[in-house]
Ligand binder design. Structure first.
Ligand code: FES
Length: 236
C-alpha cells in the first residue's frame, strides 16, 4: 500500500510555473545588480530551482517521516515557528539557521534584488521558518526618496514586504532597477515598494503585504504585523 502524502497547502500553485518567454524580458529589464548575481544563461530562474529543491526536500522529509525517522510537524497556530511575524522579532537570512545572526540595515544593498529573511521569536530564539508565508523580502532605497507611509515604516531606508507573490505564490526574487520595483520571475508581476507594494505591472491583482520595521540595538526589528494576509489573492 502506498500512503499518499498530501501537498503542503502553502506550496505555490502547480500552475505557478515561470513563463518560457520571460528570460528575454528579464534581460531587458532586470537591474544590473540582479544581473551580476543571476545565472549567465537564459535557463530557468532561481525561483524554479528553489521550487524544485523544496519539492525534493518535501519528498525526502515525507519519506523519512513515513519510515519513522522523524515526525511530520503539524502547522499548529501556537507553534512559534509557524506564527506570523510579531512585534519585536528580529530577522535572520532565510538561508541561515543561526537565530543569533540578526540582520542589520547595512546588510541590505541599496536598489538591489531583495534580501530574503525570516523573523525570529526573541523569547525562544525560534526562527519562524515553519511557514513560507513568513518569508520577508527586504529592499533598501534612498531614505530621501521615501515619504508619508513608506518613510514611517522604513528603517534605515529598508522596507519589508512579504516575499510571496500575490499572483500564484512564487518567491519575489528580483529587482527592476529602471522602474524601482520588486519583480517576480514566474509571470513578471512587479510591485512598487515605495507605494504600499502596489502592483506596477504583470498579472498580479493584489499588492504585496508590507511589514513595518524599526531599528533596535542596530538590528532590524519588526514594528508591526503584516498589513494583509500574505499569499496569492483568491480567485474572483
Ligand atoms: S507567481 Fe505569477 S507573477 Fe508571481
Amino acid at each position: 500500500m502506498n500512503p499518499t502524502i498530501p501537498p503542503r497547502p502553502e506550496s505555490p500553485a502547480a500552475s505557478a510555473r515561470p513563463d518560457a518567454a520571460l528570460p528575454a524580458r528579464r534581460d531587458a529589464q532586470m537591474s544590473a545588480c540582479t544581473g551580476a548575481s543571476a545565472p549567465a544563461d537564459t535557463g530557468p530562474p532561481c525561483v524554479a530551482a528553489s521550487a524544485a529543491r523544496r519539492a525534493a526536500l518535501r519528498t525526502a522529509l515525507g519519506g523519512a517521516a513515513l519510515a519513522g525517522a522523524i515526525p511530520l510537524r503539524p502547522a499548529f497556530a501556537d507553534d512559534p515557528a509557524d506564527a506570523r511575524p510579531q512585534v519585536g522579532d528580529w530577522l535572520v537570512l532565510a538561508t541561515d539557521e543561526d537565530a543569533t545572526k540578526a540582520v542589520t540595515a547595512d546588510a541590505v544593498a541599496s536598489n538591489c534584488k531583495p534580501l530574503h529573511v525570516f523573523p525570529v521569536d526573541p523569547a525562544t530564539k525560534t526562527i519562524r521558518n515553519g511557514s513560507r508565508f513568513n518569508k520577508i523580502a527586504l529592499v533598501r532605497v534612498d531614505p530621501a526618496a521615501l515619504d508619508g507611509d513608506a518613510a514611517q515604516r522604513a528603517a534605515g531606508g529598508v522596507l519589508a514586504y512579504s516575499a510571496v507573490c500575490t499572483h500564484q505564490g512564487c518567491d519575489v526574487t528580483e529587482w527592476n532597477d529602471k522602474a524601482g520595483t520588486l519583480l517576480c520571475f514566474c509571470h513578471f508581476s512587479q510591485f512598487d515598494p515605495k507605494d504600499k507594494g502596489q502592483v506596477a505591472a504583470g498579472p498580479a491583482s493584489k499588492a504585496l503585504p508590507w511589514l513595518p520595521l524599526r531599528i533596535d540595538g542596530g538590528k532590524l526589528v519588526v514594528a508591526a504585523g503584516f498589513s494583509a494576509k500574505p499569499g496569492p489573492a483568491k480567485p474572483a
